[in-house]
Design a protein around this ligand. Structure first.
Ligand code: 5RP
Length: 229
């Protein structure tokens, strides 16, 4: 992507994030996502907290928690929270039926728990994330390390291929101490069926297909905001 494209994409991410933050109300418990688009929302929330907005938040990753705390946002323990009023997170791909692929940033497991706890899970994206069918973006799958080969082989049985995620030639380790397989199933005709099949694999902690977990996608496309719900 060229510098100008990147600039446009960031402008869209910022516009979507600012639109979603307007939905946050005084007193809310807010779920904070992970990634560049969610970061725009967290910074905007931090600014509003500085102006007196009274919220508490749960974080979907260690880096999000650190950012939020640095901006003066009070963080609650996700594991001790039974309900989140509104969450704002990004996505790697979404369809108009509000199915998502998430986890490009490796935070899919906590993001899924956070979305499941949310009364209103809002996804913020730039226009590049909208697709007709999911699957051009490889599907992140978080795996308990000792189940790695087993899960890898089960993915192959579902006609997928997988690649262990690495960073600087080392295994990528999630905030939860696990590995990620980036799995390729081609374009996914039936995301729900694939999600159900993956959910049955022992040792597979979470996958990045988010089905029935999203209330709205707020997408920015150049100067326009489009809301899918
Ligand atoms: C992190 C995620 C992110 O929301 C997703 O990767 C989108 O990131 P970005 O906003 O940087 O494009 O799922 O696990």
């Amino acid at each position: 992507m060229g510098i100008i494209d990147q600039h446009h994409q960031n402008a869209e991410k910022l516009a979507a994030a600012k639109t979603a933050v307007k939905l946050v109300k005084n007193g809310d418990i807010v779920g904070l996502g992970t990634g560049t688009t969610a970061t725009f929302a967290i910074k905007e929330l931090g600014r509003l907290v500085g102006e007196g907005l009274n919220i508490k938040a749960v974080a979907s990753s260690i880096r999000t928690e650190e950012l939020a705390k640095s901006l003066g946002i009070e963080i609650l323990n996700l594991g001790e929270t039974s309900s989140v009023d509104i969450s704002i997170d990004g996505a790697d791909e979404f369809t108009e039926s509000l199915d998502l692929i998430k986890g490009g940033g490796g935070a899919l497991f906590r993001e899924k728990i956070m979305a499941s706890l949310s009364k209103k899970a809002i996804i913020v994206t730039d226009s590049s994330k909208k697709v007709k069918k999911l699957g051009a973006f490889t599907l992140p799958i978080e795996v308990i390390p000792f189940a790695y080969q087993y899960v890898f082989d089960q993915i192959a049985k579902l006609n997928g291929s997988g690649k262990k995620r690495t960073i600087a030639n080392h295994d990528y380790i999630t905030d939860n101490g696990n590995l990620i397989i980036d799995a390729d199933f081609g374009l996914i005709d039936n995301p729900r069926a694939l999600s159900d099949a993956l959910n049955k694999i022992d040792g597979l902690l979470a996958h990045g297909l988010f089905i029935d977990l999203t209330a709205e996608v707020v997408m920015s496309d150049r100067s326009e905001i489009i809301v899918f719900k």
